[in-house]
Design a protein around this ligand. Structure first.
Ligand code: ATP
Ligand SMILES: Nc1nc2c(ncn2[C@@H]2O[C@H](COP(=O)(O)O)[C@@H](O)[C@H]2O)c(=O)[nH]1
Length: 214
């Protein structure tokens, strides 16, 4: 499996996917997670309503406003933001435990969260922005998902331009024309990032064994 089983001890990375709502990052995240044992999803907490088919503890932790405020005041979030009028936050504990084990964490978060993680975790962060092929296709995908009422679709489309204006803050940008192709591109990025010398913390000892001190 591509990049999933490197034998050198490695520092885990934080793989962030952002996009305007409906471009396809949750679908792509599910595909990556399904075939990569070294990747763990960061499950966010949110105050938004659960959609049909979403499960507490799998897609999100669905919490009340009061619980969200309590968690934020207790410093339980690595980052948090208000997106489309609801609160979203990344619980700190799973991320820190996973990285400590040398495994990677996948984040499906907006640009505000990506900026905050960049500030706290700099070198461990890899940010990918997913663009739709066009605004028309973005709207079509939001409707095709058929999980949000019309006013929510309109609200998300109204924010799409300002969300997309953050594309240049990201390390990589993928236009999601085709799911198979985009999945492959994401895997390639992950594979290359895992091989970065600074992440392969076991490498120095291996090379020292091979060539001694000189
Ligand atoms: N390349 C693609 N071609 C056609 N349909 C796609 C493609 N990528 C995603 N979709 C479809 O678009 C819809 C929206 O995708 P998804 O829910 O993954 O978007 P998202 O970026 O995670 O949105 P949000 O930010 O609201 O969570 C889904 O119905 C998904 O199946
Ligand atoms: N800053 C954060 N943004 C988050 C987080 N979890 C999800 N999101 C982003 O919110 C929007 C809407 O998501 P939806 O599931 O309601 O469609 C989307 O852009 C997500 O990426 C988070 O913990 N922090």
């Amino acid at each position: 499996m591509l990049g999933g089983d490197l034998s050198v001890a490695r520092r885990g990375l934080m793989f962030i996917l952002s996009s305007p709502s409906g471009a396809g990052k949750t679908t792509l995240a599910d595909r990556l997670l399904a075939s990569d044992n070294n990747l763990t999803l960061s499950i966010s907490a949110t105050t938004r309503q659960r959609r049909p088919g979403e499960a507490h503890g799998k897609d999100y932790y669905f919490v009340s406003e009061e619980e969200f405020t309590r968690m934020r005041e207790n410093a339980e979030f690595l980052e948090s933001a208000n997106v489309f009028g609801h609160h979203y936050g990344t619980p700190r504990s799973l991320v820190e435990d996973t990285l400590r084990q040398g495994k990677d964490v996948l984040f499906d978060i907006d640009w505000q969260g990506a900026q905050q993680l960049d500030e706290v975790a700099g070198e461990d962060v890899v940010k990918v922005f997913i663009l739709p092929p066009s605004r028309e296709e973005l709207e079509a995908r939001l409707r095709k998902r058929a999980q949000d009422p019309e006013d929510v679709v309109q609200k998300r489309m109204a924010k799409a331009d300002s969300e997309m204006s953050h594309w240049a803050e990201y390390d990589y940008v993928i236009i999601n024309y085709d799911l198979d192709e985009s999945e492959e591109l994401l895997r390639s990025i992950l594979f290359a990032e895992r091989l970065k010398r600074r992440r392969q913390i076991g490498l120095a000892a291996i090379v020292k064994d091979m060539i001694g001190d000189g």
